[in-house]
Each structure stands twice: as C-alpha cells, then as structure tokens.
Design a protein around this ligand. Structure first.
Ligand code: NIG
Ligand code: FE
Length: 402
C-alpha cells in the first residue's frame, strides 16, 4: 500500500472542538498504508514524512460518508404501491392488505442469490459514486430461514469489495410472514430458535434489528428477540416510533441498542432513555418525504438532551426508494431543519457511532484513511446544493478508488 501526503486541502475533520466542522484550512493529511498518520497545517508537516504529495488546490476533504441504515438487497420493486399511495392509499393500508413489505418478501424469496447480488451492486454503486465508503444493509425481506440467510450471504459478498465496508443487520422481525399469519408467537420462536443461531454460527450479521410498530411487532415481542440476540453478542438496533409511539425507544435503550431509527413519534421519555443509554437517533428524511409524513421527529428534544443524530437513506423499495445519501444531507437540513453541520455529522461521525465503529467517521490520527475530496467552497455546500456535486476523489483504506 502506498503512503501519501494530501496537501493544500481544507480538512472537514468533523472532530468535535472549537471550529465548526472541525475545519482545518490550508492543511495536509498524511496517509500511511490504510490509516491517517498525521493531520495539521500544511506548513507543519514533519520532515520524516517523505511521501508522494497530492496537491488538492484548495478542495475540501471530508471523512468517507457512512450510510448507517439501508435495505439495499431485495427483489422486484414497489412502483405499483407508489401509484396507489399517490391515489390516497396509506402505507399502513397497503401493508394490511398484504402488500408493502410482504410483496417485496415474495419477490425476494423468488430471486436467486446471483440476481440479488447484481441488483444490490447496482444500487450500492450509486451510493459509492457519492463518496459512501461504509454502508449498513439489513435483511428482512426473507422472513424464512433460507431467504434470510440468502440475503445475508448477498451482503457478505458485497462486503468482499475493497471499495466499501458493508455491515450486515438481521431484520427477521420486519413483518409477519404469511405462513405465520395466525401464529405470531410461532414466528418469534422461529427467529429465536432457528434464525439467530444459524446467523450467529455463520457470522452473517453484526446487529439485530426489528420493526416495532402496529403493523410490525410489539415491544414485548421485540424484547424476546433482543434478549435472545444479546446472548449471541449481537449489537441491537430498532425501527422505533415511525408511525406511532410504541415506547420502542425505551426498549432499545433498555437493551443498550446502538441506535433507534425513524423516531417521528418519539416522546421526551424516549429521548431521555436514549440519552442515558448512549443510543443514537437515526433520522431518515427519505422515508418521511416518500410517505409524505407530516409529523417531524422531535428535534428540539433530541438536541435538548444531546442525543447524537445520524442521517441515512433507509434505501428500500417501499418507504424510501432513495439512492442518494447526499440528497439526505440536503433533506435533513431543508425538511428536518438540521444545521448543515449536524446533517454532515449525521453521515460521518454519528453514523459511525450508530454502527458501533470508532475507527472512522472523522479525520484524525489513527483513523481509517476513508476520505472524500470535494470541489466545493464551504462544507455547507454539501447540504445546500441538490445534485451536481460529485467527489473529485474517493480514498478507501488509503487506496485511491476514484
Ligand atoms: O425502514 N419501517 C419498516 N421498514 C422499512 C420499510 C420497508 C419497506 O417498506 O419495504 C423502513 O421504512
Ligand atoms: Fe428501515
């Protein structure tokens, strides 16, 4: 691996400190092998770093972007459902009529592993072109042992690319599969007795997630899944309070979950519980926008209690057919009213935290050399401009991949 000095660069380190964005102007960053060895003003580079220079001509460098909540692997699409919603049907009505997530489950069960790899790779490429160097992908469109394992094997294959790290999350508790329609507890048992052991045995996921909702699973059901998941050492996450307040955030906090995601209907008690457990609030403006929601997450409360906010695409065929994390930076600001700095922290520093990763998400000594070089004049431009700003260069683990 080659060592390099990137110089004449404005470093958007995203480190917490005195300067907005952790900005270091007219700086240099020394990369040794796959990590950052030094960072500082360009005139102060220590002499012993005698490496090739890359002159950045005043461009801005951010950490590699992190999409910490996606459902990128699935069969088919839900264009018909999109049209139904435009004609007035709600997401819940479609789900209760057997459409929604379950229609994607059918298409995903019918797809071969190879077909799923090909379609997911295409979607992932869209994110990577924008500077995403780490992404999380959830299962949850299989809902039987074989198809859940198939989805997670696809994620494992996507993770073989040196251009991106994929973290896999098992989302067996996404919806009740049709064959268990009259046997809810039987499906929870299937998750606990068969799916979790198989996934643990083959090391196919880092985390376990669930959809805690009227059209998903109750807190009691999710608690059983969490208790079992913890025994295997999985990290936990939860789709919480998206369509109603189920006290899912409190459940996530009780079990020390890395994140609770969506949160439009989150209460102050939920926010406080998340604060106390260090659970990250993952905001998903793409789903809010697609479902034409009108209840914003309680951002003032989340800020008041200092709960870190991450931002992700939630890329999925139903509630968020979104393949642009950059657009989410914009929407987090325009729709959720995050400051551009909060939005950018949401796809870097706090996204790393939502995945339990402390080796990335900021530019700093010892961190992974995952970096993106942008032709912009201010970091806020990443939130301001819609389209048109593509990375000049993308560096993953020290290797220039674009
Ligand atoms: O995060 N809320 C539940 N799960 C996904 C939607 C999945 C789907 O509609 O296919 C979400 O929005
Ligand atoms: Fe989701």
């Amino acid at each position: 691996m080659s060592n390099k000095i990137w110089t004449e660069v404005n470093l958007v380190t995203m480190q917490i400190g005195d300067k907005p964005y952790g900005l270091i102007s007219d700086a240099a960053i020394v990369v040794e092998s796959d990590h950052i060895a030094w960072i500082g003003p360009k005139d102060e580079i220590p002499n012993h770093y005698d490496y090739d220079m890359v002159y950045c001509e005043g461009a801005f460098m951010t950490p590699g972007l992190i999409d910490c909540h996606t459902h990128l692997i699935y069969g088919g699409n839900r264009i018909d459902e999109f049209e139904k919603r435009l004609n007035g049907a709600s997401y819940e009505e479609i789900a209760m009529a057997g459409g929604g997530i379950l229609s994607t489950v059918k298409a995903t069960r019918d797809a071969t592993e190879k077909e799923l790899v090909t379609s997911a790779q295409k979607r992932l490429a869209c994110l990577m072109d924008e500077g995403v160097t780490t992404a999380e992908i959830k299962s949850g469109y299989g809902l039987d042992v074989q198809t859940e394992l198939k989805m997670l094997s696809v994620a494992k294959r996507l993770n073989m690319s040196p251009r991106i790290d994929i973290l896999s999350t098992f989302l067996g508790a996404h919806a009740l599969p049709p064959e268990y329609k009259t046997n809810r507890s039987g499906y929870i048992d299937l998750i606990i007795d068969e799916m979790l052991p198989a996934i643990a045995k083959h090391q196919l996921a880092q985390a376990v997630d669930g959809f805690c909702e009227n059209i998903g699973f109750t807190c009691d059901e999710m608690e059983k899944v969490f208790v079992a998941a913890k025994k295997y050492g999985f990290d936990l996450k939860l789709h919480a309070e998206q369509l109603s307040d189920q006290n899912g955030a409190q459940l996530a906090a009780k079990y020390g979950a890395l994140s609770a995601d969506h949160l439009e209907h989150l209460s102050e008690a939920g926010v406080i519980a998340m604060k106390n457990s260090g659970t990250v609030a993952v905001l998903l403006p793409g789903a809010y926008y697609t479902l034409q929601d009108d209840k914003l997450p309680p951002l003032d409360l989340i800020r008041k209690h200092n709960v870190p906010m991450a931002v992700a695409t939630d890329s999925n065929p139903g509630s968020s057919p979104v393949l642009s994390l950059k657009l989410m930076i914009n929407m987090a600001s325009t729709i959720f009213k995050l400051t551009p700095e909060e939005s950018l922290a949401g796809v870097t520093r706090n996204a790393a935290k939502a995945l339990g990763l402390n080796d990335r998400g900021v530019l700093g000594v010892g961190k992974n050399a995952d970096m993106v070089l942008w032709d912009i004049t201010h970091p806020a431009e990443l939130a301001y401009q819609v389209g048109g700003t593509n990375p000049i260069s993308i560096i993953k683990n020290g290797e220039i991949i674009k």
